[in-house]
Design a protein around this ligand. Structure first.
Ligand code: NAP
Length: 512
């Protein structure tokens, strides 16, 4: 596919078994690095009532006729088929600003999640249509009256609304547990990068592996879709807290008690332990991890480290080490093999990040990187949405608000000092609920205090040290078997987490 064709391609939605264009031209989506038009997106004219009915009446029954193992095998076959087409996805992914390494997270990470659920489904679920949950509850002395909890798939449709940063992974990590549970889905990718989600759905449909109606796609605005969701439907949302709160209180969602999951923004922290002085292995590992989280996907990851909490005595050394490392990260055209960090998803997004950096400077000073003048190794600084990593330092994080409140969704982090472990815990908690925090220490007592103090505020806490360094998947990687989500500001949702993710699309019923 030529992504920089003279005339940008009009994206299509896949509704009720057919591909269709919006009735208007729609919004132009541009290549993140060159600014060239890539596609046009528009959803006007879609009959959302018909889409919902098609999924509920055609896709749902077909999926529910299959056993858990049959659905797991379907996911495996789908993952294999997509893996064979991965180079096509990589080629288009460059337009989103992703380097090859960034695209690997999105594309192979997403397909890997399908594989993982396929294998978990066969190992952890029965080859039947009903899942027994827990033991039989005795309700009478003579055993003539007892109860068993069962799980059965909801009979509605799952509507998945995704963020722009992971058009492939974001879609597949939600689809895998949905389909394994036996529910059909309508996917609505973020418009900015919908062209990659559209291509992946096109290839999924081409395989013919999913039953009719199991998957539909909306490119563009969801119109009146949410006005029409009902009591057996599920809505999941990934994106900004502002949009998430709006959708969570949508009258149809509230009025019909629609199961709603929200994964919103998050001011994830990383804590350098009091034992990890410069020269200690954990200090080096911490520098590497913070730099990696700031630059991978140009910092546009929901799990990226935004707050770097370090012992006061080591802050200067940390800022120097991080500054030197970040200065060496080649920024430029994501198609260039020498480039380690590509542009943000769009120039608008860059303006947004610059504005948030300005907000952060009410409490912090910039100690590395210049947000105004990008330094590139390739590409066009004006045409593309380039931004070098920006490191800030906040000397009084206890009194500051913005550093615990403002999410600059790009290569931006703030270093802040602490003196005691209790202070470190208190600073982490000021994020008011995050997806993940990591703690770098080789001292089990420090690890215990930080983990217990911060766990209630997180979906995941990672301990980094010399022992796990080689095998660790790192701070920023959500894994299919582990919780992805967090309380409070992170949205209060929970995705993945193995079978917990599948149960979200099923009803638990006590049968007496
Ligand atoms: P966004 O602007 O909130 O959009 C998210 C999704 O909601 C998009 O698909 C968007 O569609 C859709 N949307 C917007 N208004 C809507 C409405 N009124 N009704 C229905 N859908 C609506 O967020 P974003 O800019 O794409 O993503 C960036 C944010 O996502 C960051 O804050 C980041 O932290 C967060 N994020 C969180 C996670 C997580 O797992 N916690 C993961 C990734 C990103 P359009 O694009 O068509 O407007």
């Amino acid at each position: 596919m030529n992504v920089v064709a003279d005339r940008p391609r009009r994206l299509e939605s896949y509704i009720a078994g057919a591909w269709m264009r919006g009735s208007k031209d729609g919004v132009t989506l541009c290549d993140a690095a060159t600014g060239a038009p890539v596609a046009l997106v528009d959803s006007s004219g879609i009959d959302f009532a018909a889409a919902l009915a098609y999924g509920r009446e055609k896709g749902g029954p077909a999926l529910r006729r299959m056993s858990f193992h049959e659905r797991a095998m379907m996911l495996k076959a789908l993952a294999q088929a997509l893996m064979e087409r991965k180079e096509e996805f990589y080629a288009l992914s460059t337009a989103t600003g992703a380097t090859r390494a960034d695209s690997w997270i999105d594309i192979e990470g997403g397909i890997g999640t399908l594989f993982s659920y396929a294998s978990k489904g066969r190992r952890e679920l029965p080859n039947s249509h009903v899942l027994l949950d827990g033991d039989v509850e005795a309700l009478s002395r003579d055993g003539t009256f007892s109860a068993q909890h069962i799980l059965t798939p909801l009979q509605g449709i799952a509507v998945h609304i995704n963020a722009f940063n992971f058009p492939c992974w974001g879609m597949l990590e939600k689809l895998a547990p949905t389909l394994l549970a036996g529910m059909p889905a309508i996917v609505k990718p973020a418009s900015q990068t919908a062209y990659l989600a559209e291509l992946v759905v096109r290839r999924i449909v081409d395989t013919g592996l999913l039953p009719e109606g199991a998957l539909q796609l909306v490119c563009g605005s969801p119109g009146d879709l949410l006005d029409r969701v009902g009591d057996q439907d599920v809505v999941t949302f990934t994106g900004s807290a502002t949009t998430g709160r709006k959708l969570k209180t949508h009258p149809a969602i509230v009025g019909n008690s629609v199961r709603f999951t929200m994964e919103a923004d998050s001011l994830n922290a990383a804590v350098l332990g009091l034992d990890a002085a410069p020269g200690a292995e954990e200090f080096g590992l911490f520098v590497r991890e913070v730099a990696r989280e700031m630059t991978s996907k140009a910092g546009q990851k929901c799990t990226a480290i935004r707050r770097v909490i370090a012992p006061r005595a080591h802050c200067d050394a940390l800022i120097t080490a991080l500054g030197e490392r970040l200065a060496k990260v080649p920024l430029g055209d994501p198609a260039d093999e020498n480039v380690r960090m590509g542009p943000l998803a769009s120039r608008d997004q860059r303006e947004e990040v610059r504005a948030r950096i300005l907000d952060l400077t009410t409490d912090a000073e910039i100690v590395a990187g210049d947000p105004a003048r990008p330094q590139l190794v390739s590409g066009d600084a004006e045409a593309g949405a380039f931004l070098n990593p920006v490191l800030l330092y906040c000397d009084s994080p206890d009194a500051a608000r913005s550093v615990h409140d403002v999410e600059a969704f790009g290569p931006v982090s703030t270093v802040m000092p602490y003196d005691t472990a209790e202070e470190a815990v208190d600073l982490v908690r000021r994020g008011r609920g995050s997806l993940v925090t990591s703690v770098f220490t080789n001292d089990p007592d420090i690890a215990r205090e930080l983990v217990i103090g911060t766990a209630p505020f997180h979906g995941r806490v990672m301990i980094g040290n010399r022992l796990s360094a080689k095998s660790s998947t790192g701070h920023g990687s959500p894994l299919p078997g582990l919780v992805h989500g967090g309380p409070g500001r992170a949205g209060g949702g929970e995705e993945l987490g193995g079978m917990r993710g599948v149960r979200h699309y099923m009803q638990r019923t006590a049968v007496q």
